[in-house]
Design a protein around this ligand. Structure first.
Ligand SMILES: Cc1ncc(COP(=O)(O)O)c(C=O)c1O
Length: 376
């Protein structure tokens, strides 16, 4: 029998999923595991969003939709970007996708030719590299400053004649870092000087704690070369709905639309009506969740420091990134084995020597987890 795709065989399964699966297996065996490896809000989708989706189903919105998304949602996204992100976009510059992840994958397919290089800044979210590789590109990892988690001039060392794209993610999964305007200006200068397209993953934009979220596309001249990726999973607790989007110049959106048309067609029709309600309804639910995450952030960063751990600046998202002495994979295994606390090793994000601790769980669980960690 002939072999299967080498391109796919070379891609490792997501380490974050592996760890949470191990924790789930232990829980099924009756072990009291606390999982701090979770990448989704522990809240349910707000009621008015669910109601809008149910209404859409009752109305019979169960048919195929335009492949780039329903016009109401594209218009709401274009208006949101102008209102909140500081740059203008027409509905034709918006594509609604099956989650932000799908937007990232389609963007890679839309832009990259074989052997084109994509700069990924580490620590980096687990799916950037696989998306680049599935699309036939090559990844060049470059480390962020290990203290500030900001971008400095050294990123120029990663630029080659084959660089086609740079990925920025702010607020960051896994570091919780929020990129400053200066860091983003540096990215903008490099993109303009070397004719590079930027993919700016802003899925955690609503979850910032005292820091300012800046959209890369709002920086002079960048709207024309930035693919802004966002979605509903984190801000509105809609992970299972699989609705995300990209805002980009029309030439790129048209390419992404072709990928979407011939693969998934479009995101689920009635789910898109829920997303319209999320954007057009009262935003109080977003603030409620954000302030609860902030309360937990304050607690967990303080508790970790009391235990002697240094953390990255936890200004956004819902992760504390913790420096550890020794092999992070071994330490994560030990915490799971000995005190039944699941966390994600930094190796999964191309930065060994760190652990990602998610605080998307109740205060009660966080307190118990910190007590347990204090015992190992
Ligand atoms: C940085 C980052 N980008 C994108 C995604 C994907 O989000 P979605 O659920 O909208 O596909 C995630 C989800 O964990 C994420 O952490």
């Amino acid at each position: 029998m002939r072999g299967l795709s080498e391109k796919i065989a070379g891609i490792v399964p997501s380490a974050t999923i592996e760890i949470s699966n191990a924790a789930k297996r232990m829980a099924q065996e009756g072990i009291d595991v606390i999982s701090l490896s979770i990448g989704e809000p522990d809240f349910d989708t707000p009621g008015h969003i669910r109601d809008a989706c149910i209404d859409a189903l009752r109305r019979g919105e169960t048919h195929y939709a335009p492949s780039s998304g329903i016009p109401e949602l594209k218009e709401a996204i274009a208006a949101k970007v102008a209102r909140e992100n500081g740059f203008a976009a027409a509905p034709e510059e918006v594509i609604v996708t099956c989650g932000a992840k799908d937007a990232i994958y389609e963007a890679m397919e839309a832009v990259l030719n074989p052997a084109d290089e994509v700069i990924v800044l580490d620590p980096s979210w687990v799916s950037y590299e696989p998306c680049v590789r599935i699309a036939g590109g090559e990844v060049r990892h470059h480390p962020l400053d290990g203290e500030t988690f900001q971008i400095d001039d050294s990123v120029l060392e990663a630029v080659t004649t084959r660089t086609r794209m740079i990925v920025v993610n702010s607020p960051s999964n896994p570091s919780g870092g929020v990129l400053s305007r200066e860091s983003l200006r540096l990215v903008a200068d490099i993109c303009r000087d070397h004719d590079i397209i930027a993919l700016s993953d802003e899925i955690y934009e609503k979850l910032v704690y005292g820091a300012e979220h800046v959209s890369l596309a709002s920086i002079d001249g960048m709207a024309d070369r930035t693919i802004t990726v966002n979605g509903f999973s984190k801000a509105y607790a809609m992970t299972g709905w699989r609705i995300g989007y990209a805002v980009a110049p029309q030439r790129i959106v048209r390419q992404m639309e072709k990928v979407q048309q011939h693969t998934v067609s479009h995101p689920t029709t009635f789910a898109m009506y829920g997303a319209v309600a999320a954007l057009s309804g009262d935003q109080g639910c977003v603030e409620q969740m954000r302030s609860e995450f902030e309360r937990r952030r304050d607690y967990i960063v303080g508790a970790l420091r009391d235990l002697g751990y240094a953390t990255a600046p936890a200004d956004g998202a819902f992760y504390a990134y913790v420096r550890v002495d020794g092999d992070d994979i071994e330490i994560a295994r030990r915490w799971l084995r000995e005190v039944h606390v699941a966390v994600t090793p930094g190796t999964a994000f191309h930065t060994p020597g760190w652990l990602r601790i998610s605080y998307a769980t109740s205060m009660e669980h966080l307190r118990e987890a910190m007590d347990r960690i204090g015992r190992v």
